[in-house]
Write a protein that binds this ligand. Sequence first.
Ligand SMILES: NC(=O)c1ccc[n+]([C@@H]2O[C@H](COP(=O)([O-])OP(=O)(O)OC[C@H]3O[C@@H](n4cnc5c(N)ncnc54)[C@H](OP(=O)(O)O)[C@@H]3O)[C@@H](O)[C@H]2O)c1
Length: 325
Amino acid sequence: MTSARRFRFYETGGAEVLRWETAELAEPGPGQARVRHTAIAVNFIDIYFRTGLYPAALPSELGSDAVGVVEAVGEGVTDIAVGDRVGYLIGPQGAYSDVRIMPAAVLIRLPEAISDQTAATLMMKGMTAQYLFRQVYPLKGGETILYHAAAGGVGLLASQWARALGVRMIGTVSTDAKAEAARANGCAEVIVTSREDTVQRVKELTDGKGVSVVFDSVGKDTLQTSLSCLQPRGTLVSNGTSSGPVVIDAMQLAAKGSLWVTRPAMMHYIQPRSHMLAMADEVFGMVISGKIKSEPGQVFALEHAAQAHQMLESRQTVGSTVLLP
Ligand SMILES: NC(=O)c1ccc[n+]([C@@H]2O[C@H](COP(=O)([O-])OP(=O)(O)OC[C@H]3O[C@@H](n4cnc5c(N)ncnc54)[C@H](OP(=O)(O)O)[C@@H]3O)[C@@H](O)[C@H]2O)c1
């Protein structure tokens, strides 16, 4: 038996529902591995589970994105070994813990050149930038795109990835400090939403044409703005709901210019395992080649996860947030 420290929640709600507990772990079963975490990523999706926007069977563990070292493997595990440094971004909830049991099939071996904290900023967020720009709406270079929350965890990686692809990214942020961070990471044009009108600025920056694609992770509050920034037959990639869920009126898509909308979810772009590993290789390659630099913007002790949640949901974070066990 191995003793673990972990968060669970028994009811959905604010950050105060998170309970810090001790649990005893059984040895890994067939196909499983025990991973001792070294860095855990906080993602907006964790807030969706905690608040009940995404359903979880209660009591529930939390988190699906972490890195660590394999301590033990169960029967039949062949491609991951004890001592491997690994990360993951899918699988059962429970990353907010110091040690846990995981299905070995979702573990991704980390290259030596990528530190644990950098890896924790990349597993979910780097893979999200990869699938948005390379799979959902493949960018060729030369496009002008609108990207909301450009100074967020995914946003700073997207800014750098867009620059590397030769894409002119117009990013939105809420403050001047965030604008500086987005610019420093390669976002070509930044709109500060607290004092600028996004639709008007996008029209000015595109000679009145609008953009061919909007990546909108903010959701409810930005839907109408996003639709109004698109060219006829442009695409809205609605990839998150940080401000609340989105309801689309199909007739409005026609009225605004025969627009396309997709609501992608990572799980549909990451299968089979060989594809997930190829995606991860591409993300790591962007960092190893120097095209992307990624360090956490905020680091908290794991026990202070509730504070990290409060900062993320009140828009006080810049870049990625990482918890250290
Ligand atoms: N579809 C997928 O597969 C997938 C995968 C990963 C992430 N995501 C989504 O991508 C988004 C980014 O995730 P992240 O973890 O990197 O978070 P994040 O972007 O670091 O944080 C969210 C940001 O959204 C902006 N925002 C605007 N209105 C907000 C509101 N009412 N409440 C909170 N934030 C608001 C804030 O930036 P400003 O203050 O600058 O406006 C805030 O910093 C999330 O929506 C997440 O769900 C989707």
